[in-house]
Design a protein around this ligand. Structure first.
Ligand SMILES: NC(=O)c1ccc[n+]([C@@H]2O[C@H](COP(=O)([O-])OP(=O)(O)OC[C@H]3O[C@@H](n4cnc5c(N)ncnc54)[C@H](OP(=O)(O)O)[C@@H]3O)[C@@H](O)[C@H]2O)c1
Length: 333
């Protein structure tokens, strides 16, 4: 099945209008899912026309890239795989990977290792996962530019970078896409980031487009997460915040009823309606949800619908930070 495609800015990179975020299959939201089942899920996504898959070195670490590489090996050349560099294991030996490392030599090491895990000759889209304050962004962009010249990488991306950083990087090596959080419960990119991307011709890939699951209506203040689930430490997911933020889900539910759709589909259709160069990457471990999410492509939100959503959303103040303190300081640099 062919899906609608979208162009990520002026980069020449063309991908399905919705990608598939693969992180949660291995990492972040409780124990890793069964590998065989996830390979079947990824194959179903390809059959449904998804051509854009998102992973990162740090998801696992390593296991998510391995999964994506194995699952997509039969479709080499037909799909775009995006991955990310820039984290390293914490010095405290905890096994966590919250520290940054975008030294040029490290970027090169990660590129080589990711190529092997992904089983590809070139990384289609290589994002810096977080801006590293110790390494000038020009050096990062220059390193990726060299990797592109050597044929090891095809396109350069940034994640959670601020507007000035995007401009500096883009001057050295054109940035194909910015991947940052954006959804009805995190609209900060509308202020400065989206106008900057529009001006420079850079595509936008919103991550956590379903608010890490919250905007689907399947999570409420009583939901219990597995002890290893990242959402346990996200202030926006405290039971009090969930209770307050339910208003946003109710709004999506109301619009969904009128469209014979689901809240998740409205959350995705809303993102798709913002710009033609926006490509959300919802994540799921479940086939029926993959199909539901892909269905968002066919939901038309009229100017009236969008205005209704805007005015209702402007009455709701979303509660709680989107990251715990130690990770909050790594975003928007
Ligand atoms: N650059 C970055 O720093 C960064 C940060 C976070 C994420 N990402 C990328 O963005 C991708 C997507 O973000 P995300 O996974 O954080 O959040 P998301 O896509 O907003 O939400 C994923 C969550 O929603 C649930 N879900 C998905 N579809 C659903 C539906 N139709 N109904 C009910 N629940 C549904 C999933 O659970 P089930 O699995 O149970 O369906 C999962 O818990 C990730 O996979 C990753 O590749 C990047």
């Amino acid at each position: 099945m062919k899906q609608q495609t979208r162009k990520l800015g002026n980069s020449g990179l063309e991908v399905s209008a919705l990608g598939l975020g693969c992180m949660g299959m291995s990492f972040g939201y409780g124990p890793a899912a069964d590998k065989k089942e996830m390979i079947t899920l990824i194959h179903s996504a390809v059959e449904s026309g998804v051509t854009f898959f998102d992973t990162a070195e740090v998801y696992g670490p390593f296991t998510n890239e391995e999964l994506v590489g194995e699952a997509l090996a039969p479709f080499r050349g037909e799909v775009i795989i995006a991955t990310k560099f820039g984290f390293k294991p914490n010095a405290d030996g905890s096994g966590r990977w919250n520290e940054l490392d975008s030294r040029p030599e490290h970027i090169r090491e990660v590129a080589e290792a990711s190529l092997k895990r992904l089983k590809v000759d070139a990384i289609d889209l290589f994002y810096q996962h977080r801006v590293d304050p110790n390494i000038p962004i020009e050096d990062v962009a220059g390193t990726v530019r060299d990797l592109i010249k050597e044929g090891k990488v095809k396109h350069f991306g940034l994640s959670e970078a601020g507007a000035q950083t995007i401009r500096k990087a883009h001057a050295v090596q054109p940035v194909a896409a910015l991947q940052s959080e954006y959804s009805l419960w995190w609209r900060e990119p509308e202020k400065e980031i989206i106008p900057t991307l529009e001006e420079l011709g850079i595509g936008f890939v919103p991550y956590s487009p379903l608010g890490r699951g919250f905007l689907t209506g399947k999570i409420n203040e009583n939901t219990m997460f597995d002890s290893s689930d990242f959402r346990n430490i996200v202030p926006r997911f405290s039971p009090e915040a969930r209770k307050a933020n339910q208003a946003l889900v109710d709004l999506l539910g109301n619009i969904a009823k009128g469209k014979n759709a689901t809240p998740a589909q409205i959350a995705l259709a809303w993102l798709l309606a913002q710009k033609t160069w926006i490509v959300p990457i919802p994540g799921t471990t479940k086939l029926h949800r993959l199909e539901e999410n892909i269905g968002a492509i066919n939901i038309e939100l009229t100017a009236n619908d969008l205005q209704e959503i805007d005015s209702a959303a402007s009455q709701i103040e979303v509660q709680g930070n989107r990251y715990p303190e130690n990770l909050q300081k790594l975003v928007d640099r």
